[in-house]
Design a protein. Structure first.
Length: 60
């Protein structure tokens, strides 16, 4: 009986570690998504504020 209790405790501890990693992974994915969205919005604002201009040899 103590052997089974030990295995249950060990399994519970390992599953908790997996849950913590899953939460951390989810938080990191959310942070990356927020940064990507922020960059896209900032790029759209810059594109709207600055008119298109040809730059380089072809603009002459």
């Amino acid at each position: 009986m103590p052997y089974r209790l030990w295995l249950v405790c060990l399994a519970t501890a390992l599953l908790t570690g997996c849950a913590v990693l899953a939460v951390a992974d989810g938080a990191a994915s959310l942070a990356v998504g927020v940064v990507k969205t922020t960059v896209k919005v900032a790029g759209a604002v810059v594109d709207a504020a600055i008119p298109d201009a040809k730059v380089g040899k072809d603009s002459e």
